[in-house]
Design a protein around this ligand. Structure first.
Ligand code: NAD
Length: 257
């Protein structure tokens, strides 16, 4: 039986670590040829090795999503390497500062907007330019549960993730008649280096905060990257052919509360 993404070409930003790596592994397992686009060369090359060890096909392309030239070049390289761009996961993101708004440094706010918001906008623009000509495509943006509800002491993160939710809906509507689906996945707390940094920014007692987050998720634990990767692979596949414009929580029930 053919795998669900056989013959497809996928570009995944921020796939040198955490959630992006897990979705790169999932889409490669499901048959896609993969471009790992990350600013971290070592992490990106490690993802490529993991995919190849598992029998898949992948290439690392050094990319900074906050720079138009860089993401445009990554999309062009993808088409040059593999002949098309069918699937994209716009996932690169940073946690920003974890302080009340009056203490939030302006430079940190500018930086998180540049990566988490403008980076997704630039990625969509570059990818859809190719996909619209092809007449098909599927895109997943990584928002967050913090893109659905407010949380104190991380205004930059919450604001940019809400913006990704809005960007997802608006872009989905613009391209629904052109065969391009655009959705967002909204992870709850997921065990990645970003979550470790987030906890370290919030408290000196990381262990206690980590346990409190696990307890706050109705399933009683935080999630694993692979649990987001599977959702992304499904949203990118034709199994989700009638799904566009959603901001899908994958959060152990957190936003159901
Ligand atoms: P991570 O830090 O493990 O991985 C993020 C990756 O993005 C890294 O490889 C990093 O090098 C890359 N990156 C950062 N800035 C970049 C840029 N300008 N250009 C290209 N690559 C860049 O983090 P993660 O937890 O896997 O996060 C992935 C996404 O998931 C982020 O958008 C994050 O906001 C979101 N998210 C994470 C959680 C969580 O709990 N971990 C929850 C909800 C949403």
């Amino acid at each position: 039986m053919a795998a669900s993404l056989d013959g497809k070409v996928a570009l995944l930003t921020g796939s040198g670590s955490g959630i992006g790596r897990a979705s790169a592994l999932a889409v490669a397992r499901d048959g896609a040829r993969v471009v790992v686009a990350d600013r971290d060369e070592a992490g990106g090359n490690e993802t490529v090795s993991l995919i190849k060890e598992a029998g898949g096909e992948a290439t690392f392309v050094a990319t900074d999503v906050s720079k138009a030239d860089s993401i445009n070049a990554a999309v062009a390289r993808t088409v040059e390497l593999y002949g098309s761009l069918d699937l994209a996961h716009n996932n690169a993101g940073i946690e920003g500062a974890t302080v009340p708004i009056i203490d939030y440094p302006e430079e940190a706010f500018d930086q998180i907007v540049a990566v988490n918001l403008k980076g997704v906008w630039l990625s969509l623009k570059a990818e859809i330019t190719v996909m619209a000509k092809q007449g098909h495509g599927a895109i997943v943006n990584t928002a967050s549960t913090f893109g659905l509800v407010g949380v104190p002491s991380c205004t930059g993160y919450v604001a940019t993730k809400h913006a990704v939710s809005g960007l997802t809906k608006a872009t989905a509507l613009e391209y629904a008649r052109q065969g391009i689906r655009v959705n967002a996945v909204c992870p709850g707390a997921i065990d990645t280096p970003l979550l470790d940094r987030f906890f370290e920014g919030m408290t000196d007692d990381v262990q206690a905060l980590s346990e409190a987050y696990a307890e706050n998720h109705p399933v009683g634990r935080i999630g694993q990257s692979s649990e987001i990767g599977e959702a992304v692979a499904w949203l990118l596949s034709d199994k989700a052919s009638f799904v566009t414009g959603i901001t899908m929580p994958v959060d152990g029930g957190w936003t159901a509360q």
